[in-house]
Design a protein around this ligand. Structure first.
Ligand SMILES: [Fe+2]
Length: 395
């Protein structure tokens, strides 16, 4: 594992402040939003659709503390852009929005450095305030929307959005989850695309490398990956970029790329200050997680005996809930991964709690991979890679 101390380019103008929200393009926004509310503990925040004068696209926006997800679907027959996107990728994350300062400067710089600008800066307003937007293309069909508040915005979400049409009475009866903010968002790339993609962030968005791992460090007996984490100058936005590496069988990154039809968002990690409580309640709500074998915890107990840090949480409890632990000399993190949140084995979520540890769970990648491979095998996708690069089903 390599961590980088060079913070990259300090830009005098413009700033990437934080993850603002993630937009998902889905077949049925109403039902998708409801799944995240029921299973993950979100609450409806805002809405636009036919009733509010949005004639083409419906958008259900949900929130949990600082985490905001918007689910968009086309309202009319013949929406070619959204239709083609759904046909190719299925339901998934389409856009990662950043709150920025000096949107014009950031777009001008990105454009000069070769970024594809999907939409030049424009302003929207309603009675609650004014917001400037712009959209740039990143990996696959994924985009980044830049959002700049032109003065305080007093509305629920963004201009044009109104109150949710319905609040499900079931939600108040379910146990609170306590997810607080987006910790990081991971993008999977096809073979050999990790470096060009992370270079794009460094060049066009003036991000820098935060951390990287290569396939020698992260592999199971079957597959491996490489990963580079890029981040903004203030290190408030962390974006790991993965690519598959050749192994004996098909990498789970390759499985993602095959089912997503190219690069896209693999997982969104949500930070909590109490992961035990969060996972107890997420499991009570019916959320499904990847499992870790008991041998993982046997090994962990041995390693922790000689570690410089002490994990405050009860290890038996962590084992019961299948929460993973990664640590170094200074701190530790606790994390767990959901199963894919749609039928295609593409996007999933992570719940993470940090205790003075700023990694991404590299020590757990192997057990994460093994857990995913168990499911991958059940899906008939843990295929043998032949010298010609063709897959052969392995059951
Ligand atoms: Fe992660």
């Amino acid at each position: 594992m390599t961590s980088y101390t060079d913070k990259g380019e300090k830009h005098e103008r413009g700033k990437f402040v934080r993850f603002h929200h993630v937009t998902f393009w889905v077949g049925n926004a109403k039902q998708a939003a409801s799944f995240y509310c029921d299973k993950m503990g979100f609450e409806p925040l805002a809405y636009k659709g036919l009733e509010t004068g949005s004639r083409e696209v419906v958008s259900h926006v949900i929130r949990q503390d600082k985490i905001i997800f918007a689910f968009d679907s086309p309202l009319n027959p013949g929406n070619e852009e959204m239709g083609a996107h759904l046909m190719k990728h299925g339901d998934g994350a389409k856009d990662i929005a950043f709150q920025v300062e000096d949107c014009d400067y950031l777009i001008k710089t990105a454009k000069q450095r070769g970024a594809v600008i999907v939409k030049d800066p424009w302003v929207e307003e309603d009675i609650h305030g004014r917001v400037k937007y712009a959209v740039v293309q990143t990996y696959g069909d994924t985009t980044h929307t830049f959002i700049e508040y032109l003065g305080p915005y007093k509305g629920l979400f963004l201009p044009g959005y109104k109150e949710p049409m319905f609040r499900d009475p079931l939600l108040a009866k379910l146990p609170q989850v306590g997810l607080r903010f987006i910790d990081h968002i991971v993008g999977n790339q096809p073979d050999d695309q990790m470096v060009p993609t992370s270079d794009w962030y460094q060049k066009c968005l003036m991000f820098h490398r935060f951390w990287s791992i290569d396939d020698k460090q992260i592999h199971t007996q079957y597959s491996s990956l490489r990963s580079i984490v890029v981040t903004n100058y203030e290190e408030t936005i962390k974006m790991p970029i993965n690519e598959p590496a050749v192994g004996k069988k098909k990498s789970q990154i390759q499985e993602y790329v095959d089912y997503n039809g190219g690069a896209g968002v693999q997982h969104i990690a949500l930070n909590t200050s109490n992961i035990i409580q969060a996972i107890v309640n997420l499991r009570a709500r019916g959320m499904e997680f990847l499992s870790a074998p008991d041998t993982y915890y046997d090994t962990l107990r041995e390693k922790l005996k000689i570690a410089k840090i002490k994990v405050k949480e009860d290890l038996n409890r962590l084992q019961e809930l299948k929460i993973l632990v990664d640590f170094d000399d200074k701190g530790y993190l606790l994390q767990i991964f959901t199963k894919p949140v749609q039928d295609r084995p593409t996007l999933f979520l992570e719940v993470i709690q940090r205790n003075n540890h700023f990694g991404f769970g590299a020590g757990n990648f192997k057990s994460l991979f093994e857990a995913i491979e168990m499911d991958q095998e059940a899906r008939g996708n843990l295929t043998v890679v032949t010298p010609k690069g063709q897959d052969q089903a392995f059951y």
